[in-house]
Design a protein around this ligand. Structure first.
Ligand code: HEM
Length: 558
């Protein structure tokens, strides 16, 4: 008799006995099997935990709740959470290990010598982890920010031309225009008696407005009348933070049944259907245009084709739709939608945070504010139009130093995380084992006293070229660094320069207070609020006084 025959015989006897034993016996066996599977799972989890703890023993570990629970619940999204990071940096200097129950094993790094090998590692071995980035996927799809390996390289190659200098030049007019709209609103509100304004609300709508114009040439009027699409984008940002905080909502099965999950789904549908419509429309227009024109730019219908003119009018979506790689392949509509959604997500809140904190720091340091204003006024002297031009951006060195110092002190993105498909060596014979989550703390690096003297002080002179020579290139990383750095950093810097310069040209800034909670002023006691980007608890209230004589050239009648 063959082995198969024996097995068949044994199983037949076993199952016939089982069925004769009745439902209790079936239940007992099912329960035993379940306990067996669960024990195997727990056993594997604990072994994996012990293995990671052993491999990470080359890093110092801050006091944890216990061997098993570790540092679960110790990361706080508040001012206190940031003060905890300061303490961690003072105690551990460059890095430490951290674990969230037996599930997640992290290395936290906050010194350039340690961040550098991690951020500069080849993109082919770098992976964006699901713990920090996975919740963005239903909204952004498999886009540049979330993809890895070959897929990421191809996208990065195709999208880089969208941020070329020649393209960015065209956006400076958009930044001016969106800022004029915001300032007109401020002047109107001030004439109605509102002297102090909450910056995040106003600046957030302005950066969204300018991104909509740069991405789709879409004039949404969202600064005055929020559109369904803009409200949905703002809501999605809040919902992602909320989901990170609630550990039960980390499981899809629970989240999509919760109120927040349903709101997330609705908001995503609004955003996706908007981008889908725009992409389809643009694809059709491009097809029609290419049909009408010859490749040299001469219109087939006989009219002169001005390539330069058309190039100027191109927005992100045109450039992405027309992008082709070496083999002549471009992005599909679905991919274009994902990238556009990603630009909207990655580009508006970050820039708004950077602008708000720069204005806040200048409001608290009147002498630096005056020096920037003098610089901008000098630039604008004898000009009929009060618009910042592309060429002006390199002629405001002190204002740029203030912006950089603000990006250091109040970095909009506080940390990035990475995983690696192989071990990565760090200084001091330390090794990060593959699959460990590496939390590169931008905040910690920017506040590390071993790197920056008096790190909590706002001192733009740190960025005077004479003072930057000795510093590591990875000491200042608001846009991250290495192959996966921010693709939009030149765009962001240009927008920051335009908005800050125009604001100083028109307004004197000082720290204000919330009129509804009179007395709680935005001063030295401001409480930072680390969310997807750095915000201020209770908002950021600044007092804006129109300068005398007023510089209202270019403002829209309201
Ligand atoms: C002050 C403003 C900004 C800051 C501080 C900032 C910061 C960052 C940081 C730290 C990263 C790395 C993220 C990571 O590794 O997970 C990043 C990536 C990215 N940023 Fe920005 N960003 C800003 C503005 C923008 C703008 C304006 C855009 C687009 C219009 C943009 C688009 C992106 C994209 C697409 C990525 C992913 C790049 C890749 O993985 O290849 N960002 N940004």
């Amino acid at each position: 008799m063959s082995v198969l025959g024996v097995l068949w015989g044994v199983s037949a006897v076993f199952f016939s006995n089982l069925l004769q034993g009745g439902p209790w016996q079936v239940l007992v066996i099912a329960a035993t099997a379940l306990v067996g599977v669960a024990s195997a799972w727990v056993g594997r989890l604990l072994l994996r935990h012990a293995w990671f703890r052993h491999r990470l023993s080359c890093f110092s570990t801050p006091p944890a709740h216990s061997w098993l629970i570790g540092h679960l619940g110790q990361m706080r999204d508040s001012e206190e959470g940031l003060l905890d990071v300061d303490r961690l940096v003072r105690t551990h200097g460059h890095s430490c290990s951290w674990f969230l129950g037996p599930f997640y094993h992290l290395v936290r790094v906050f010194h350039p010598d340690f961040t550098s090998p991690l951020l500069k590692a080849a993109a082919s071995i770098t992976v964006k982890d699901e713990l920090f980035y996975g919740f963005l996927r239903p909204w952004l799809g498999q886009s540049l920010l979330l993809s890895n390996g070959e897929e990421w390289s191809r996208r990065r190659r195709l999208l880089t031309p969208a941020f070329h200098f020649d393209v960015l030049k065209g956006y400076v007019a958009v930044f001016n225009n969106a800022t004029h709209t915001m300032h007109s609103k401020w002047i109107r509100l001030s004439s109605e008696g509102q002297r102090d304004l909450e910056m995040f609300q106003h600046v957030g709508l302005m950066t969204l407005d300018s991104l909509l114009r740069c991405a789709f040439s879409h004039s949404s009027d969202c600064q005055e009348t929020p559109h369904e699409f803009t409200t949905a984008i703002l809501e999605l940002g809040d919902l992602i933070m909320d989901r990170r905080r609630r550990i039960l909502h980390h499981w899809d099965w629970i989240y999509w049944r919760s109120d927040q999950g349903k709101r997330f789904r609705r908001a995503t549908e609004v955003v996706h259907s908007f981008t889908r419509r725009v992409v389809e429309h643009r694809r059709t227009l491009i097809r029609e245009q290419s049909h009408r024109e010859s490749p040299e730019g001469t219109a087939r219908d006989g009219t002169a084709g001005d390539t330069a003119q058309r190039q100027k009018r191109k927005d992100f979506i045109d450039i992405i739709l027309l992008a082709q790689d070496g083999e002549g392949g471009g992005l599909t509509d679905k991919e274009v939608e994902a990238e556009t959604n990603t630009f909207m997500f990655a580009g508006h809140d970050t820039t708004a945070s950077a602008i708000c904190w720069t204005l806040f720091n200048l409001a608290g340091h009147a002498h630096y504010q005056d020096r920037c204003r003098d610089e901008v006024k000098e630039l604008m002297r004898d000009r009929a139009e009060q618009d910042i031009k592309w060429a002006d951006l390199s002629s405001m060195p002190f204002t740029t130093m203030c912006i950089k110092e603000s990006l250091r002190l109040h970095s909009p993105v506080l940390a990035v995380t990475r995983q690696y498909t192989r071990d990565v060596d760090l200084p001091g014979n330390r090794t990060v084992p593959k699959d460990t989550i590496c939390l590169v703390s931008i905040y910690g690096t920017h506040h590390n006293p071993a790197v920056w003297s008096d790190p909590n002080e706002f001192n733009p002179l740190r960025f005077d070229p004479a003072n930057t020579r000795e510093r590591s290139s990875n000491a200042f990383i608001p846009f991250s660094s290495g192959p996966r750095n921010c693709i939009g950093q030149r765009f962001a810097m240009a927008e920051l320069q335009v908005v800050v310069a125009l604001t100083l040209l028109r307004f004197r800034l000082s720290l204000g207070s919330n009129p509804d909670t009179a007395g709680t002023s935005t001063g030295q006691g401001i409480r930072r609020l680390p969310q997807l980007v750095l915000r201020a608890e209770g908002g950021m209230w600044l007092r804006l006084e129109l300068l005398d004589p007023p510089c209202t050239d270019g403002l829209h009648a309201q």
